[in-house]
Design a protein around this ligand. Structure first.
Ligand code: ADP
Length: 459
């Protein structure tokens, strides 16, 4: 059993604060890193210690500086690194270097990560244990001709995806034959630019599926459980905006089948630490595995609210060598995990819905939080006087509500969003309120086309 004394958080913003909080609660010192641009950020002050990195680097590159981060960790006597999400969280080389230097990477080891972080490889794992995936070619497409042949065979539309993809990058839809070559080339060049690898694969593009994903936790001794599903169908340009759990639009049988399929995949690789298996559900109710995220996700909060399990603490405890059944984690069997009530997470961003969601920048003159029964705010960059720059993602705060019924969770979230007053930068709060109060949302029946199909949400 390892006894962590110091954890370095290789991230920024809300997830850095989230990890620092978990460290504090576990009696572990937290060490933050920050770029010049983040020197006045809130997360810096939430850590027990903080160090500036990335001198003469671009703002984003500070948090990607593998060698610098590892040498800092060594110099400061850090036992483990939590990568958060984004940045280095799925970087196999970073995980490997941490292992080599005797620093625990809080997540799966680099070999498992390389097996799963890649979309093509994880589809192959899913197929090997009989979990359905979307019809496609399970290897990098070598030529435009090959892509064309597949599309002719399965019918348009098709989607071209970067195998290393994430955040919607390197993903293109070809609606008809005329588009295919152009979209193939742009997916390839975008993938090369964003991930350094231009492997592209192709699959059938489903019509407005639902996005249902399953949270899993595995310890170092082969014990793996699921913490049920999240419905992340409310998306803009394939990026999640509002997440809920439990999903209302699937039956209990479907829920069980999807969770069991997620476990099959996680067990096939003897998965360790927290991970998420993402599925799409088509109009006929069939589910297909699409990818695995071997890290904590932005929307982990809703699962925490309904299960009562602190996922970030669990990640740290698992990395220290605790079993799921240990008194510290206290998950003795799958049956110990229950869904209690409903939770909704709204991502409040500094985006301007009236200007095609362009990220806004500027100084926040007024910042007043909502609060009260059933509300949790996981914030990062918002406070009176904060300067929002153009360098990083535009997430300001996650407003999470928990209620006994779905309606109750909606009312609480609506109330908290109305209480939240932010002046000085544009936000998407009005847009989120329109989503929460839309009839389709209230019935829990949104699919991934919901936002694009309802332009009135922008008013
Ligand atoms: P990323 O890793 O870049 O976020 P994902 O593979 O997780 O990309 O897909 C993100 C979203 O894109 C999905 O939730 C879904 O809305 C859409 N999507 C992906 N693949 C398909 C598909 N084959 N058919 C329809 N929609 C898809």
């Amino acid at each position: 059993m390892k006894n962590f004394k110091r954890i370095l958080v290789a991230n920024r913003g809300e997830i850095a604060i989230r990890v620092c909080r978990a460290c504090e609660e576990l009696g572990i010192r937290s060490v933050a890193i920050y770029s010049e641009e983040d020197k006045n950020s809130l997360f810096r002050t939430k850590a027990d210690e903080s160090y500036k990195i990335g001198e003469n680097k671009r703002p984003v590159d500070a948090y990607l500086a593998i060698d610098e981060i590892i040498s800092l960790a060594k110099a400061k006597g850090v036992d483990a690194i939590h990568p958060g999400y984004g940045f280095l969280s799925e970087n196999v080389e970073f995980a490997r270097k941490c292992e080599e230097e005797g620093i625990v990477f809080i997540g799966p080891d680099h070999i498992m990560m390389s097996k799963l972080g890649d979309k093509i490889k994880s589809k192959i794992v899913a197929n090997s244990v009989g979990v359905p995936t979307i019809p496609g070619i399970e290897e990098a497409v070598k030529s435009e001709e090959e892509a064309k042949k597949f599309a002719e065979f399965c019918g348009y539309p098709v989607i071209l995806k970067a195998s290393a993809g994430g955040g919607g990058r390197g993903m293109r839809i070809a609606w008809r034959e005329e588009d295919l070559i152009r979209e193939f080339r742009s997916a390839q060049s975008e993938a090369k630019k964003a991930f350094g690898i231009d492997d592209i694969f192709i699959e059938k593009y489903l019509d407005r599926p639902k996005h249902i994903e399953v949270q899993v936790l595995g310890d170092n001794y082969g014990n793996i459980v699921h913490l049920f599903e999240r419905d992340c169908s409310i998306q803009r340009r394939h990026q999640k905006v509002v997440e809920i759990t439990p999903a209302l639009s699937i039956s209990d049988e479907q829920r069980e089948a999807i969770c069991q399929d997620a476990l099959k995949i996680a067990r096939a690789v003897n998965y360790r630490n927290a991970g998420t298996l993402e599925f799409l559900v088509d109009k006929g109710g069939n589910h297909y595995f699409i990818e695995m995220n071997p890290r904590i996700q932005v929307e982990h909060t809703v699962t925490e609210m309904v299960t009562g399990i602190d996922l970030v603490q669990a990640q740290i405890l698992i990395s220290q060598g605790h079993k799921l059944s240990s008194p510290e984690i206290n998950i003795k069997t799958q049956a110990d995990i229950k869904q209690n009530g409903y939770a909704i997470q709204c991502r409040v961003t500094t985006e301007d819905p009236s200007n095609n969601f362009a990220p806004d920048t500027g100084k926040i003159d007024v910042y007043r939080s909502g609060s009260g029964f059933g509300i949790r705010l996981d914030g990062g960059n918002g406070f009176t006087g904060a300067v929002i720059g153009p360098y990083y993602d535009s997430l300001l705060v996650k407003v999470i509500s928990h209620g006994r019924t779905f309606n109750d969770a909606i009312s609480k979230n609506t109330r908290a969003l109305k209480e939240l007053k932010i002046h000085g930068v544009k936000t998407n709060i009005g847009f989120l309120l329109n989503v929460l109060n839309h009839e389709i949302f209230k019935r829990g029946q949104c699919d991934t086309g919901f936002i694009a199909d309802n332009p009135s949400l922008l008013n």
